[in-house]
Design a protein around this ligand. Structure first.
Ligand SMILES: [Mg+2]
Length: 263
């Protein structure tokens, strides 16, 4: 575990890793303090593309965690960085919440929300303001043919107080059933969020660590990005998950307290 002492960039999943619902885990605040004392950086990495970062900042501050906007990387942020890097200036049709559309516009991404002649690509996200008009627009464009089709995150469902509602992955699947076209996904388990975080803040793979409670998203994203991972057993994932996967975690720990003891 001596390698963990050299880590400087900590990419953290939230639910199941640092808290569960509204209960902060023992060890979370000590861990975050220690990262700051070491001169490192922590980033909360989330696939959620419908909620704005403000809502997360509020939630974490209420739990007593020192965090502002600069401590977050959402799949929307990663999508913006991805579009800037790969398709600068190109016109994209965007499907998403008002908050998603605003984030892209504020980042000067060339987006429209109606069908036009010279649209280069499509970007879709989790959209709890989805209308049939949007689906109709996207099917029209995909049938005609576009040069790029991007989706913020591959999650099938989004948790709610009563169970689940469809997330971006389900929308993409519905559109694929109609058009035969599938998007390129950005969020976990794809490595983009993590590689973009390392590039943006200037940390090497050796200095970076992904921590999460799901093997198939958090750990897979770290594995795909080529960095060390810590699988914590404080959330959804179990030891069986770690055994039955090709994307094996580098370390398996009981909780964030155990990680605190090893960095
Ligand atoms: Mg989690």
């Amino acid at each position: 575990m001596s390698n963990l002492k050299n880590k400087r960039l900590f990419l953290l999943d939230m639910d199941g890793t640092i808290y569960l619902d509204n209960d902060l885990f023992d060890g979370t605040l000590d861990f975050l303090d220690k990262v700051r004392e070491k001169g490192g950086k922590y980033l909360f990495v989330t696939n959620n593309s419908s909620k704005s970062v403000d809502a997360y900042v509020n939630k974490l501050n209420k739990l007593g965690i020192k965090a502002d906007e600069s401590n977050f990387l959402t799949s929307t942020d990663a999508t913006i960085l991805y579009l800037e890097a790969n398709y600068p200036g190109k016109k994209f049709y965007a499907m998403g919440t008002e908050s998603f559309i605003k984030q892209l516009s504020d980042a000067k991404i060339n987006i429209v929300t109606d069908v036009e002649d010279d649209i280069f690509g499509i970007v879709i996200s989790n959209d709890n303001e989805l209308t049939f008009k949007k689906l109709d627009d996207i099917c029209k464009l995909l049938t005609k043919g576009v040069s790029a089709y991007i989706a913020t995150n591959p999650d099938w469902v989004c948790p709610t107080s009563f169970g689940y509602v469809p997330d971006c992955g389900s929308f993409a699947w519905m559109i694929e059933k109609a058009t035969g076209k599938a998007p390129h996904f950005i969020g976990k388990p794809r490595p983009e969020m993590l590689t973009l975080a390392m590039e943006k803040y200037g940390y090497s793979k050796e200095e970076s660590l992904m921590v999460g409670d799901r093997v198939y998203t958090d750990i897979a994203a770290g594995y795909n990005a080529g960095i060390d991972t810590v699988f914590v057993l404080s959330g959804e994932g179990t030891m069986e998950d770690a055994e039955n996967t090709d994307t094996k975690p580098t370390y398996i720990m009981k909780n964030i307290r155990e990680l605190y003891n090893n960095i």
